[in-house]
Design a protein around this ligand. Structure first.
Ligand SMILES: [Zn+2]
Length: 270
């Protein structure tokens, strides 16, 4: 009888807690959208390409998920659609608001823009905005967050450089204490900017250049962030463990590739 119970127990436990079905969640990463062909490159695409992407995703049954919905899914408060995906925009270019947002809204999608706090600050002090090269002000970010089509997330306050530090990663020779102080000071300034200008940002961050290490994740978690986007080009396979939210992979969408060629890699049997 004892042997029998011992054999049954693990079985009963796993029957009570069935493994949650994995969810495939591909994420696309855009930067700037430009109407000037001279600017198109790996990180700058045309408005026609962007519009074709949204048409492709809608016509192939993909449904966007916002950061808030993703976090709610981990809390059991949101049900994933059949073919979920996420739209992300890095750097907080004015083109995200002026070109992308209306197209995203028209397709019934949502997305998230990662803003660099110090750049928002700089463009808050400029009167002139030219969508080909300018960036969102804090007010623009606040307005976007309020409209809710494109959420606002963190891209650090001022750690968007490759040198002397690679993004917000720890520097060679920097003590862990120094690193934690530098990163938390930077992120505090970003959070203060959001607070000061009334930006209802989501608690997530896109690591500049995809540079990070395990210490980075510890600091951002301690600062209250609940999710982080990297630049490793993989389809996320979500299990429901909130730790995986700090390693969300994304595909950079370059200029010069058709929507079909780019997105067909996301299909299950591609
Ligand atoms: Zn960036």
């Amino acid at each position: 009888m004892i042997i029998c119970l011992a054999l049954l127990l693990p079985c009963t436990a796993s029957a009570d807690e069935p493994e949650r079905e994995r969810v495939r969640l591909p994420v696309v990463m855009y930067h700037h959208i430009s109407k000037d062909p001279a600017r198109w490159n790996e990180y700058v695409i045309s408005l026609d390409e962007f519009t074709a992407d949204m048409d492709y995703l809608a016509s192939h049954g993909w449904q966007s998920v916002s950061v808030r919905q993703l976090l709610d899914w981990y809390d059991g408060k949101f049900e994933m659609p059949e073919k979920p995906f996420m739209l992300t925009f890095d750097d907080g270019c004015d083109s995200t608001e002026l070109y992308a947002e209306p197209v995203v809204a028209e397709h019934g999608f949502t997305g998230v823009v990662a803003v660099i706090g110090s750049v928002c600050q700089r463009f808050s002090e400029f009167e002139e905005h030219e969508p080909e090269y300018s960036n969102l002000s804090w007010q623009d970010a606040a307005d976007m967050a309020e409209r809710g089509v494109i959420e606002v997330q963190c891209h650090t306050w001022n750690m968007h450089e490759l040198y002397p530090r690679n993004g917000c990663a720890r520097r060679r020779g920097e003590s862990l204490g120094e690193y934690r102080r530098a990163l938390s000071t930077d992120l505090s300034r970003y959070l203060q900017g959001c607070e000061q200008y009334g930006v209802d940002a989501v608690p997530s961050i896109a690591f500049p250049y995809g540079a990070f290490n395990s210490d980075t994740i510890d600091v951002v978690r301690d600062m209250g962030f609940q999710a982080a986007f990297t630049c490793s080009e993989l389809v996320n396979e979500l299990t429901g463990d909130p730790e995986e939210l700090f390693l969300l992979s994304r595909f950079n969408r370059p200029h010069g590739v058709s929507s079909g060629n780019f997105f067909s890699a996301w299909e299950e049997n591609a």
